[in-house]
Design a protein around this ligand. Structure first.
Ligand SMILES: [Zn+2]
Length: 308
């Protein structure tokens, strides 16, 4: 009988320790434990084991929480580093853009400059020269096709006015009206159009334009990438970005002048949704070298006059 009780009690012990047994069973077990040394011993051992077990469980739990908290902290630090790096980089670009823009203004406002550009696009080679002296401009555009057909157009123009409120007024160089004489020389003929009025927009080649406020500056800084580079041995910045903000998607900008010295070929869409293409171009600049001699027009008697 006693042995049978022992077996029952020992079976019940795990649940009893975990307090899962009912009151009647509890009384039965307690009564038995008081009288049976063997079961009491088993009970004590079991309780001890269970306590140890619970403690390690607790420890593991704490360890896990600590680990989890550490992971969260690492994640917070990573996010913080990324945010700080982003802010530092954006600030750096804002500084460079502002600096280049300020330097370029000196040249943009120059009333005496000579700019030469060379570009190659779809097999057509173009050399463009702009001579600017006060309100006057001489533009020479030489084009050569793959077949060797050459054409030289020379324009002598005097600025009449700046056209206000064109759709591009804010994003492109200003459109200006010129009174012009235009001379065209091809392999077969020489023609001239005299005293015509033409609207022109002569690009100033400043790397960043349309940055009128802090918002524009920040947006340009965020959406463009700027890195140090050299071009033909000149120290410059390599700038790439969205065509919505930069006219060209990528270009080399002279560090000392803020002017484009080379642009990559790129496609663009104007505000009317029309697609266009800009050739890869290299630029050279001279300041203060243009004089009256550059505005001596050719002998008109050699040309066929074309009416407008
Ligand atoms: Zn017993």
């Amino acid at each position: 009988m006693r042995e049978k009780d022992c077996k029952i009690v020992q079976d019940l012990l795990p649940n009893y320790i975990e307090k899962l047994t009912n009151e009647e069973t509890n009384k039965f077990v307690e009564k038995h434990l008081k009288t049976c040394k063997e079961c009491k011993k088993i009970y004590d051992n079991m309780k001890k084991d269970l306590n140890v077990d619970n403690k390690t469980k607790e420890k593991k739990k704490v360890k896990f929480l600590k680990k989890y908290r550490n992971k969260l902290r690492v994640l917070e630090i990573i996010i913080l580093i990324v945010v700080v790096a982003f802010l530092i980089n954006t600030g750096r670009k804002m500084y460079i853009i502002t600096d280049l823009n300020n330097k370029a203004q000196e040249y943009v406002n120059s009333t005496n400059y000579h700019r030469t550009s060379y570009s190659l696009d779809n097999g057509k080679y173009t050399k463009s020269e702009v001579f600017s002296l006060g309100d006057r401009k001489k533009i020479i555009i030489t084009t050569m096709t793959e077949d060797g057909e050459k054409q030289v157009v020379t324009i002598f123009g005097t600025k009449i006015e700046t056209v206000p409120d064109t759709p591009y007024a804010k994003t492109y160089p200003p459109v200006e009206t010129y009174k012009e004489n235009m001379y065209k020389v091809t392999d077969t003929e020489k023609t001239a159009m005299l005293d015509i009025e033409i609207e022109m927009s002569v690009d100033n080649q400043e790397a960043f334009w349309g940055i009128e406020d802090t918002k524009g500056l920040i947006m340009t800084a965020i959406t463009s990438s700027i890195s140090k580079a050299t071009f033909n041995g000149k120290e410059c910045y390599y700038v790439s970005g969205t065509p919505a903000i930069l006219l060209n998607t990528s270009m080399y900008v002279n560090k000392d002048t803020g002017l484009e010295i080379s642009t990559m070929a790129s496609e663009y869409e104007n505000p009317d949704g029309e697609k266009g293409r800009i050739a890869g171009t290299e630029y050279k600049y001279e300041f203060g070298t243009v004089n009256e001699d550059d505005f001596i027009e050719p002998d008109i008697s050699e040309y066929t006059i074309v009416e407008q």
